[in-house]
Design a protein around this ligand. Structure first.
Ligand SMILES: Nc1ncnc2c1ncn2[C@@H]1O[C@H](COP(=O)(O)OP(=O)(O)OP(=O)(O)O)[C@@H](O)[C@H]1O
Ligand SMILES: [Mg+2]
Length: 498
């Protein structure tokens, strides 16, 4: 992804400042709305981030004033870690481009910026700004990665038959009146991207609200979906608007629908049939105008056979399902190289290496193409980010491709098993830590973040392996050259440091 030019972060939180630094070429911090207004008069930002201190109506008020100076600059609101899923719709209604639900959602900022930039590239700069797009960064040759403008609009890479067919189906369904819409496929295949593509085609200016049915208890999920009236149960000390209402004429995505409790499935079916619902404890019918989308990485037919999913709801959902093929399937395997190259080009994991690592060697690509990818595109993206982190030359070779056998149950004899043969976990761990420290100039907080461990663990490991600043890292001269097609020294095992 290209770095955006100017970001204003209206926040006192150093983590949000850091998040902005990751994506902006120039980042301006503001403590309050008055300061922010002063900054945007001169800085002409491409994106404004607000932290959880600001309410949807404060943001609306701010945008009304700011419009005079900055045009329709996109705003992303960032909630705290306990923030309510329902707030997403409220912020979007008030003019925010999107909403991040605390730290667990920070990684989505990259996707949001990508989408904004791709919209801009697709629609031309001025139109792009009107719909909340950023000034263009360094170009990505979009036609190389995407099968058409719909794919561009949601950054859905792929030119394989599987993706072309899925996009065709997505367009057909979006342009029909089909509601509800079912999207199925293994984890990480891009179901949420498809949901966003349909949303973009159908009602781009309406709210997009998503809820993960596996993440909440039955009671909580019910009141999230339908809302509740004050006093309807112990703890209901105020009236709550449900996601169905917040989605308004936009989209409600029910992620992992197979995990929805059976009682609630019956209530959902009623909404789909009657097109209205009541809040928990309420007596008034509320119209449901939203497009309801459901996604599942389980085979719903099997869930019906096992009596975990209602047959009638399954039939209601399964009118024109959109299916995403696994990355390993013959119809999609061709996309592996393209995806890997795209992630290499757009990753922001090491900003200092941007545009320095130019390609993958043929052997590295072959190793990627041989792997089974149980985590699909999400897993591939992680493997490429890990390779970028490890790479010290301008080319990623086979040694940089570290696939996590522990996480995905790698069996000996599978294509990537050779990558780990003959290496010890301890040696791999030592080298990985050394590399992370070297990459970050011994900034331990950043190194720990890159490795996904705490600072305390990092300190303990540095001590345990006696890693020293000057003696850091493998001295094998072969590894200093570009494009090594052999496992780098002892890096062989996952980044599974505990
Ligand atoms: N074709 C693609 N091109 C680029 N990125 C993709 C593609 N498909 C998926 N991704 C990326 O992979 C990650 C997972 O995608 P997504 O969340 O849409 O998957 P999912 O099918 O909804 O997974 P889950 O079932 O785990 O929720 C996201 O970061 C997404 O941007
Ligand atoms: Mg999903």
């Amino acid at each position: 992804m290209s770095l955006v030019r100017n970001i204003v972060a209206v926040s006192k939180d150093p983590e949000i400042q850091r998040l902005a630094q990751q994506y902006g070429r120039e980042v301006f911090g503001a403590d309050n709305l008055a300061d922010a207004l002063d900054i945007i008069k001169t800085a002409k930002p491409d994106l404004i981030l607000f932290d959880h201190r600001f309410s949807p109506s404060q943001i609306r008020e701010f945008l009304d004033t700011a419009d005079k100076y900055s045009g329709d600059v996109p705003v992303v609101a960032i909630g705290d870690d306990d923030s309510d899923i329902g707030l997403s719709g409220e912020f979007v209604k008030m003019g925010a481009y999107d909403y991040l639900r605390g730290r667990r959602d920070y990684s989505r900022l990259e996707q949001i910026i990508n989408t904004i930039e791709n919209n801009l590239n697709a629609s031309g700069c001025e139109a792009g700004r009107k719909t909340g797009c950023l000034a263009p960064g360094p170009e990505i040759n979009t036609s190389r990665f995407f099968a058409g403008s719909l794919a561009v609009s949601v950054s859905m890479v792929g030119k394989s038959c599987a993706i072309v067919n899925a996009l065709k189906m997505t367009k057909l369904v979006a342009e029909s009146r089909c509601n509800p819409i079912l999207i199925v496929g293994e984890t990480g295949t891009g179901k949420e991207l498809v949901a966003r593509a349909i949303h973009t085609l159908r009602h781009p200016n309406e709210p997009f609200v998503a809820v993960n049915c596996a993440a909440l208890t039955a009671n909580l999920l019910e009141s999230e979906l339908f809302g509740h009236v004050k006093g309807s149960f112990t703890g209901a000390d105020r009236e709550k608007i449900g996601l169905l209402e917040l989605a308004s004429s936009g989209t409600l995505l029910l992620d992992e629908i197979s995990e929805m409790p059976v009682d609630l499935q019956a209530k959902l079916l009623r909404v789909l049939q009657e097109k209205n619902f009541r809040k928990v404890g309420g007596i008034r019918n509320i119209d449901c105008k939203a497009t309801i989308m459901a996604s599942s990485n389980r085979n719903l037919n099997n869930e019906v056979l096992a009596s975990r999913f209602r047959r009638d709801l399954y039939y209601r959902l399964n009118v024109s399902p959109i299916t995403l093929a696994p990355l390993r399937s013959p119809e999609r395997r061709d996309d592996i190289r393209l995806l890997a190259e795209y992630f290499l080009k757009t990753s922001t994991i090491c900003p200092e290496k941007r545009n320095k690592i130019k390609s993958l060697t043929q052997m590295a690509i072959e190793a990627l193409e041989k792997h089974d990818w149980p985590g699909n595109v999400r897993e591939l993206s992680n493997v490429i980010e890990r390779a970028i982190l490890l790479e010290t030359t301008d080319k990623i070779g086979l040694g940089g491709i570290v696939i996590d056998p522990a996480e995905y149950g790698l069996v000996s004899g599978s294509p990537t098993a050779n990558l780990i043969k003959g290496f010890s976990l301890a040696k791999a761990e030592r080298e990985l830590i050394s590399r992370a420290l070297q990459e970050t100039g011994w900034q331990k907080t950043r190194a720990a973040a890159l490795l996904g461990i705490t600072r305390a663990t990092l300190y303990a490991k540095v001590k345990q392996y006696q890693i020293e600043k000057d003696s850091c890292i493998d001295r094998n001269p072969a590894n200093a050259k570009g494009g090594h097609d052999f496992p780098v020294s002892s890096i062989s095992k996952p980044v599974a440091i505990c």
